[in-house]
Ligand binder design. Sequence first.
Ligand code: ZN
Length: 501
Amino acid sequence: MSIETTLATFRERLGEVVDINQATSILHWDQEVFMPPKGAAARGQQLATLSAIAHRYFTSEEMGRLLAELTEAADQLDPDDAKLVAETHHDYERATKLPESFVQEFALVQSAAYEAWANAREEDDFPAFQPHLEKILDLLRRKADYLGYEGSPYNALIEDYERGMTAETLRGIFDVVAERQSALVERVTSAPQPDCSWTEGEWDEDTQWAMTLRVLADMGYDFEAGRQDKSVHPFTTSFGARDVRLTNRVNKSELFSALYGAAHEGGHGLYEQGFLDRDRRTPLADGISLGIHESQSRMWENMIGRSLPFWEHYTPVLRDLHGGKLDGIAPEQFYQAVNRVRPSFIRVEADECTYNLHVILRFEIELDLVEGRIAVADIPDAWNAKVKQYLGLDVPSNTMGCLQDIHWSHGSMGYFPTYALGNLYSAQMFDVILRDLPGLWDDVRAGRFVPLLGWLREHVHQHGRRKLAGELIRDISGRDLTPDAYLAYLESKYAALYGLV
Ligand code: ZN
């Protein structure tokens, strides 16, 4: 077979796997958005069957043979095809290192653990979840052994979410963030607090929804290639760059939560809509890492959406929509209200100033677990001590503490750090954006986001998976990821907002 024919066959086989995975994503999306409750059991089977078929296709002997031939002939391929082969080879190696019996065992333990966790959280009963989490931890250590690693076994687990990152690097970065960010939180919470009582009351849900659509359209989200629907937990999913779905929720007692849900998911959605047409039906049309994905959502949500220029533009828009209810409220008051700092127990409700601290305490605990310094039974004490240390709060129950997140019950360790990495990447990129686009804040003040989106398309979105996160941030900023840009951003923003000296 000529190399061209091999490549064409390879692309066709890969396309089939991508098709099945995207069809699986549609079923997932439907499950969260439309499916009636009694459909759950059948849907679970459909998803399991399709996932198994996709896995079988992807790890087939034919795929192995095609990959081996193309890897051997890599010097005859154009750089784009060579990259596609290398990335697919990486995924193939990882997918074939885990024995099928292990994957099955993991799925069984996982689904029992998920159920146990949901009940334990409801009942505030950590001991009921403990044996399940012990099994998960044991499986994760075995998974790390199958996959192989240097340094910490945690490094093998991070690879699923943030390829190229290591526990050692994270520790160095997060130690600095934890120290400076918790010091900032302490200063902010002891300063006088702004009066935001005007945000209380009821806010029409349709009006809130209309505002989210307006902001998404302004950001450049293409509604001909996507839509926004309602779900319990907001998320973004994609069935190719021409069909990217956002979900959001709206609550009549919260004036801003739907708006910021849209800005956040919209950031993810713009990334997915920005992949190149020629990468269609290949693994190159995908986010580099969860951290880079999160950098896009957090930049739009926080650095843009929680800025004063943003509110200088949207204050009259929101006032108009709410028909007089907000008359007399100035942009500066919106700016204060959306940046209010209130240390709390629940990560997903945390403000920008405290958010990373929630993530870092989870990272420290899961690293101690994976490296065997603490046992599962020690989690509640370790958790509560860290919440006290970083946020100054006494955790009232495990439901409000170590049982709040779904991740560990899913068998995900190494995932949490990507939320904080997203913040750090976004700030390091943003320093460069402000140099490249000196008129950025004037644009935002005028509701013009085209230049920013254009920059992100060029420097981030279009690359798909062609670079690793470390390479991308070096190419953009000229250096490795550090916490400096983010901490400088946070400290100057909140010092001004709270009149700190
Ligand atoms: Zn996100």
